[in-house]
Design a protein around this ligand. Structure first.
Ligand SMILES: N[C@@H](CCC(=O)N[C@@H](CS)C(=O)NCC(=O)O)C(=O)O
Length: 375
């Protein structure tokens, strides 16, 4: 381990210990801020600038590592039903988890070759930075500072979200202004925490913010009545509502406090691995647009449409430039499905975590999902 990497790991461990020893249920700004400092302050102290920070955060050849290991280590979530949830039988389910499977299908031809590394909001960035995981797929918002000073690359947004607010139906709260003199539960290490402070400041609302370390404790604190409202991404609120004692007693206000584009992250500096994850995601979106599903993908192999033949690798050798098999997209669709199949399985009308497609519809259906060409 070189000196810089050693220093980084030491600081990250120190930061994690700080969090673990944070004491009590209520914490203030923790690891994300610590990590930001580590990356921004420690690297220049070693004599580098922005480019050094990127190298420091880890380039490498993740594709080769995953292929030789035969398994993808995917940093994700374990407590957000619909997105990434550890079930009672020890298996994972969810939209984000399915995107871990998409990457494994693309790279290894086996969507089940995934080891999930569950992370809280505060743990997720050190886990990817240190190389403990190959990719982070966990309701993580694409922001400038995460993209730059934290040393990541954001791959295509898989879920366009926005921050919302949940309240008890009988609370009488219908707008953010009604929080004057009230309180809100929020999870540490999230964009949520910062957006809330910004919105309340902008609107001149004086309310107490109770910051908790993870999703279960944040939802439980709200459910026990310690706060008047619970705020996170709207998708997260749908998940959290299922975790309350009486979901029907809670409503999600018709308020959107921010933009939260959620998608996979890779380490900055490993461009080829970033391309692999990017085109694996794009495959699912393009397949939906072309009407290719896990059920009919084999029929499409005999298509006469050159666009389909390129996507499925029947013609051309597009994927070889990334070090993948030409049929990587066939494996994704066959084993995991196209975007709509993944969405409906986890967030569709027949699930307990139903979220209307909204912005996440294809651009041809009034949404903003759009894959660049497989050309
Ligand atoms: N998208 C926001 C929030 C993401 C986030 O961490 N949300 C919480 C609340 S839904 C969560 O996933 N918690 C899971 C956990 O701590 O186990 C971000 O990137 O900061």
């Amino acid at each position: 381990m070189n000196k810089k990497l050693g220093l980084l790991v030491a600081f990250l461990l120190f930061a994690l210990v700080l969090v673990a020893c944070g004491g009590g249920e209520t914490v203030t700004e923790t690891v994300e801020v610590e990590v930001t400092r580590i990356v921004e302050v420690e690297v220049p102290a070693e004599g580098g600038g922005a480019a050094e920070a990127v190298e420091f955060a880890g380039g490498g050849d993740t594709l080769a590592e995953v292929q030789s290991r035969g398994q993808l280590v995917c940093a994700s979530n374990s407590a957000v039903p619909g997105f990434a949830n550890l079930e009672a039988d020890g298996t994972y389910t969810g939209f984000d988890y399915d995107y871990c499977r998409v990457v494994a299908a693309a790279v290894l031809g086996d969507s089940e070759a995934v080891e999930v590394r569950p992370t809280t909001a505060t743990e997720r960035f050190p886990v990817l930075q240190s190389g403990e995981a190959d990719v982070l797929i966990r309701n993580t918002t694409w922001t400038l500072s995460r993209d730059t000073s934290l040393g990541f690359d954001f791959q295509p947004t898989t879920f366009y979200d926005g921050q919302g607010m949940m309240v008890r139906q009988d609370s009488g709260i219908t707008t953010l202004a009604d929080f004057e003199g009230g309180s809100v539960c929020v999870q540490a290490g999230t964009t949520t925490e910062k957006n809330l402070a910004d919105v309340f400041r902008r609107e001149g609302i004086n309310a107490e913010t109770i910051v908790l370390p993870d999703n279960p404790s944040t939802t439980a604190a709200y459910d026990e009545g310690r706060c008047d409202g619970l705020t996170t991404d709207k998708s997260g609120l749908v998940a959290s509502r299922t975790q309350t004692n009486n979901p029907d007693e809670h409503v999600i206000l018709d308020v959107t406090m921010s933009k939260e584009p959620l998608g996979p992250l890779t380490r900055h500096g490993d461009n080829n691995w970033g391309d692999v994850v990017m085109w694996a995601v794009n495959c699912t979106i393009e397949a939906e647009e072309l009407g290719i599903t896990s059920e009919n993908v084999d029929e499409f192999l005999g298509s006469e449409d050159p666009v389909v033949l390129n996507l499925l690798g029947v013609e051309g050798d597009l994927a070889q430039a990334m070090g993948l098999e030409n049929d990587f997209c066939v494996e994704i669709i066959r084993q995991v499905g196209n975007y709509a199949e993944i969405y409906d399985r986890n967030l569709g009308p027949d699930t307990a975590t139903y979220v209307p497609r909204g912005l996440n519809a294809l651009y041809t259906d009034g949404g903003i999902l759009y894959s660049p060409p497989f050309r």
